[in-house]
Design a protein. Structure first.
Length: 132
């Protein structure tokens, strides 16, 4: 900025930098919320699955049914990736089933935020995040 001649170009550059910082801050907040929400829902689901598996007598012979989680924005690393599917025979389902030590792991629904325990009508209404 110091190499620019005159006050107007310097002020314009400073204003542009300030605008970029404000816009970047909004994206940072949005990304933080999305990532934290996905992590929280995944942690809650993981604890519930582990509790359910601990109560099983023969987990390797069981099919475990849960829900998939779909993030809202592309800021979350899981956006657009198949998380858990309705078909437990695909590679992701088989890998997750092996991780938990069960026969298969399938998703009966895809949940979006809010957190579990709150009303989640997006799936029931046929709404899909990211499809406007």
């Amino acid at each position: 900025l110091a190499a620019l001649d005159g006050k107007i170009p310097r002020r314009a550059m400073a204003a542009a930098a300030a605008c970029a910082a404000v816009i970047g801050s909004f994206h940072l907040l949005e990304a933080g919320y999305d990532i934290a929400s996905f992590w929280r829902m995944n942690s809650i689901r993981d604890a519930a699955l582990r509790t359910e598996i601990a109560a099983m007598e023969q987990p390797l012979a069981q099919t475990l049914t849960t829900s998939a989680i779909e993030p809202y924005t592309h800021w979350c690393g899981a956006y657009g990736l198949p998380e858990i599917r309705e078909d437990g025979g695909d590679s992701i389902g088989l890998c997750r089933a092996k991780w938990y030590g069960v026969g298969s792991l399938v998703a009966q629904e895809t949940r979006t935020y809010p957190f579990p325990g709150q009303t989640n009508t997006a799936y029931e209404n046929g709404e899909r995040p990211g499809t406007d």
